[in-house]
Design a protein around this ligand. Structure first.
Ligand code: 5RP
Length: 233
């Protein structure tokens, strides 16, 4: 396993061990490569405990991981009160604001995180920043209804994201389509010193479904480090 993968695994395992309690009955599970390790650790729990627990996925990917592991899945309509949600992130600032949506799943991820009593982020050391935009330069992922993408792109450019662009599938086979049937615009804003303001400004644009800025949501973040340690913030 590569050093990066080991770092992801360390962070994920420790977060599960410290935040998924035997008393918890509803657990939110994010998306992405770090969350693969979250699910692996959940599968190492007492099977009787897992049989009494419902897991709420945030994407086609995490639903598949949970089902493949034989776990019971539910949704926020059935389980609006989640004990804890654990998810990855593309970048996290010193205030625990995060950019998410590198995997185009941030709409469901935000709903499942907001429904939880506690939202925990797991990541490797490359995601740990002082200010958003320091390391994640691809931009803020913005989910838009397909019909409105060009209009929203223009507005994002007017808001200062000159290089905002529609996210394309591999080999430019067409736009990436989210699990909700929408498109993604990646909107770089340089260093984001006031993520709550950027979030609000983008969210107000007609046609925007959700913005991959998670402000004041995470209670704690676990970063796996190169030397095998885990930084908790
Ligand atoms: C998907 C996400 C992911 O959590 C984020 O992209 C991090 O993924 P990874 O753990 O693979 O680096 O927000 O929409």
């Amino acid at each position: 396993m590569s050093l990066i993968e080991q770092a992801k695994q360390k962070a994920a395992f420790q977060a599960v061990d410290e935040h998924v309690l035997p008393s918890h009955r509803v657990i939110g599970v994010g998306s992405g490569s770090t969350v693969v390790h979250v699910v692996a650790r959940l599968l190492q729990r007492d099977p009787e405990l897992n049989a009494k627990t419902v897991f709420i996925p945030t994407s086609f990917q995490s639903r598949g991981l949970l089902l493949d592991g034989g776990l019971t899945v539910g949704d926020v309509e059935q389980y609006p009160n989640i004990d804890v949600t654990i998810d990855g992130a593309d970048e996290v600032d010193s205030q625990l604001n995060a950019i998410k949506g590198g995997g185009a799943a941030h709409l469901q991820e935000k709903v499942v995180a907001e429904a939880a009593k506690k939202f925990v982020i797991v990541a490797d050391y490359r995601k740990d920043s002082k200010v958003l935009g320091e390391q994640w330069t691809k931009g803020v992922p913005v989910e838009v209804v397909p019909f409105a993408w060009k209009a929203v792109l223009k507005k994002l450019q007017e808001q200062g994201s000159k290089n905002a662009n529609l996210r394309m599938a591999v080999a430019k086979a067409g736009p990436v389509v989210t699990d909700n049937g929408n498109f993604i615009i990646d909107a770089p804003f340089g260093l984001i010193h006031d993520p709550a303001k950027v979030l609000k400004d983008i969210k107000l644009l007609t046609g925007v479904v959700e913005v991959g800025l998670f402000c004041n949501m995470a209670e704690v973040a676990y970063f796996g480090c190169e030397d095998g340690s885990v930084t908790i913030r």
